[in-house]
Design a protein around this ligand. Structure first.
Ligand code: ADP
Ligand code: ADP
Length: 228
């Protein structure tokens, strides 16, 4: 379970998260919606430890994220994979090299890296692209590579920051189907941040609406959208 209590975060003197309370069940696909600038990305970055926060607590399973020292944080960050709107791939590097990156950081042996990459490319459905350059791929294929890279450390949580916002409707649907499959097959908790209501309706059972740094509404997707 991910449990966030009274979370606040400021940049300079501007408070962008103003007391967020949120509980996300293990194994669920949870949506976070809201206008641009509402604080959604900041919230995700606090959950995976890239960003520090001011007050409140974030617990991921038994781990109290705010209490980790530098080395503990490095290990904790294996627990969460993240994907982005712009894919964040090295465009001149191959699919293999992109996915290998986190494993090289953790000094995995080449044999283990090769095996993992093969498995992950099967999972995301583009095994034949292993030697292609990232820049030669379509948007949907790039996001598949990013998903594979995000899964290399066997995370418990996958954070998706506007992951389909740069994709056409057909690729969006394919990526959402893949996320659903990853959730079902691997039991990974998925948090989907998006401004696209259709995406939430399609894959999230529960959603929270963030507005101006606070949770404006929360509940089942059906309930939230019949109220709006
Ligand atoms: P969203 O993801 O909902 O669009 P963000 O979390 O990106 O919102 O941003 C929330 C607010 O925090 C915005 O006003 C944004 O300008 C500000 N902000 C985000 N990142 C930074 C940063 N690194 N430094 C200063 N302000 C930031
Ligand atoms: P309520 O009926 O209290 O407004 P919901 O209808 O949204 O709330 O959901 C009922 C309960 O389901 C919530 O209280 C919550 O504890 C639980 N729940 C199940 N799955 C999740 C999830 N993925 N994230 C958050 N809560 C969940």
């Amino acid at each position: 379970m991910i449990e966030i209590k009274a979370l606040t975060k400021s940049y300079e003197n501007i408070e962008v998260l103003k007391g967020i309370n949120l509980t996300i069940e293990n194994g669920s696909i949870f949506g976070i919606a809201g206008r641009s600038g509402a604080g959604k990305s900041t919230l995700l970055r606090c959950i995976n430890g890239i960003e520090t926060f001011d007050l409140g607590t974030i617990k991921v399973g038994d781990i109290d994220v705010g209490s980790l020292n530098h080395e503990e944080m490095r290990v904790f960050r294996k627990n969460t994979g993240m994907i982005f709107q712009n894919f964040s791939l090295l465009s001149r590097a191959s699919v293999y090299e992109n996915i290998a990156l986190p494993m090289k950081c953790w000094k995995y042996e080449k044999k283990a890296i090769d095996k993992k990459i093969k498995e992950l490319l099967e999972l995301v459905g583009i095994p034949e692209k292993i030697h292609s350059k990232a820049r030669e791929l379509s948007g949907g294929q790039k996001q598949r590579v990013a998903i594979a890279r995000a899964l290399t450390m066997d995370p418990q949580v996958l954070l998706c920051d506007e992951a389909t916002s740069a994709l056409d409707p057909k690729s969006t649907k394919a990526i959402l189907d893949l996320l659903r499959e990853i959730n079902a097959q691997l039991g990974i908790t998925i948090i989907v941040v998006t401004h696209e209501m259709s995406v939430l309706r399609s894959i999230c059972k529960h959603v929270a609406i963030v507005e101006n740094g606070t949770i404006e509404a929360m509940g089942t997707t059906d309930k939230i959208f019949t109220q709006r």
